[in-house]
Design a protein around this ligand. Structure first.
Ligand code: TTP
Ligand code: MG
Length: 383
């Protein structure tokens, strides 16, 4: 009888714990990272003499010397009233003598962008490259928003250190809120909107600031009596559907409520990783091993979901000083073995710690790279 009661209690407690765990897992934390005045900042990096001067990046049409439009400009130029889309001639009238008007060199910006996207991918379980200078990063593996902020700050630090560029970041419960938050404090800002603040955060914004609402939709919403995002919530879904069609109408209501997607749509996946914070800083493999196994389990699940195999495994240690250290090993054929993954990741982390006797690990991670389609490679699923 006592045993049955105990079992009942243990069973219930386990069920509650499981629910809490899965509820926590379901709680997405998404960051949106947008580089500041990207093309112009890239130019300032390769020519230090431009620093602090207004920089205007131009798309010349070729019709006459100055015909064309401003692609972007840095913040000193913006303070003169210059902005993207403006005619180059008009920008010249507003600019000071020290302003630099430069032609856009897309191939160079793409190169810089590629390196920055790789930095972001290194620090997030999943990423979605949204444009040449913006990406979403899934930070749901951070236990709290405080940890997510710390990770995002670290990403910003690495970008600044390695590429000399600043980024503005928004962190929120979904892509929509994260995207809107990253616009809040530009340049070089970081804005956090927690789930219970999402509605209030969006509520006071004019309708045309809601992401994906263009001038026509904004006009239509104003005609329906909605000046702010909060006003959109007062319009019945039926009216929205009647005016904008079912998909768009329902979507508008969801957006106004701060609801949005959390799944990132990575283009071609090159790597998959999971990083987590250890309960306390340690260099003891007996404490690290079970965590690495859990991370490896998660990574393998995602490898299977994407129907991939991998040829490189990396063990990641983020030190007590918040420095990221990665050791990796490549295999001749692509594999999908969980056992090989966790044994290799463990070995790599152990080797790193043995070579660095003064280092304690604060966070650890497992990454697979060199992904290829499962059906195209040799069969060694049981390796
Ligand atoms: P944005 O992120 O919109 O602009 P930005 O990075 O220059 O400035 P912000 O600090 O406000 O983020 O766009 C990224 C790059 O895309 C931008 O550097 C240049 C290019 N671009 C154009 O070529 N034409 C345009 O109209 C816009 C808006 C951007
Ligand atoms: Mg930008």
């Amino acid at each position: 009888m006592f045993l049955r009661v105990c079992r009942g209690i243990i069973g219930r407690t386990a069920a509650i714990l499981l629910r809490i765990r899965s509820a926590k897992k379901d709680m997405a934390i998404i960051a949106h990272i947008d580089l500041d005045s990207f093309f112009a900042s890239c130019e300032a990096v390769r020519d230090e003499s431009l620093e602090d001067k207004p920089i205007i990046i131009c798309m010349y049409s070729g019709r006459s010397e100055d015909s064309g439009a401003v692609s972007t400009c840095n913040y000193p130029a913006r303070s003169l009233g210059i902005h993207a889309g403006m005619a180059i001639q008009q920008a010249k009238e507003l600019a000071r003598d020290d302003a630099a008007f430069l032609p856009a060199e897309k191939s160079y910006y793409k190169e810089v962008s590629g390196r920055i996207m790789a930095i972001i991918a290194e620090h997030a379980a999943d990423t979605e490259v949204a444009s040449i200078d913006e990406a979403y990063a899934d930070l749901s593996d951070c236990d709290t928003y405080v940890d997510a902020v710390e990770r995002a700050e670290h990403i910003r630090d690495v970008i600044k250190e390695q590429e000399g560029l600043t980024a503005s970041v928004g962190i929120g419960p979904n892509k929509l809120v994260a995207k809107m938050a990253s616009d809040e404090d530009k340049p070089d800002g970081l804005t956090v909107v927690r789930p219970d603040n999402a509605k209030a955060f969006l509520g006071n914004m004019p309708v045309d600031e809601l992401y994906s609402v263009g001038p026509k939709t904004a006009d239509a919403l104003r005609e329906m009596g909605a000046e702010t995002v909060a006003d959109v919530r007062e319009i019945s879904v039926q009216r929205l559907v009647h005016r904008f069609g079912e998909t768009r109408g329902v979507e508008l209501r969801e957006k106004a409520n701060g609801d949005g997607a959390t799944m990132l749509e990575s283009r071609e996946k090159k790597q998959l990783s999971r990083i987590t914070t250890l309960p306390q800083n340690t260099r003891q493999m007996k404490d690290i091993r079970p965590v690495v196994r859990e991370l490896a389990d998660d990574v393998i699940k995602r490898v299977e979901q994407h129907e991939k195999r991998f040829s490189t495994v990396a063990g990641i240690v983020i030190t007590a000083n918040r420095e990221t250290r990665t050791r990796q090993r490549s295999f001749q054929t692509a594999i999908s073995s969980k056992k090989t993954l966790y044994e290799t990741a463990e070995e790599l982390i152990q080797e790193y710690l043995e070579d660095n006797p003064d280092i304690d690990a604060r966070r650890v991670g497992v990454r697979v790279a060199g992904l290829s389609d499962a059906q195209q490679t040799g069969l060694d699923r049981f390796a």
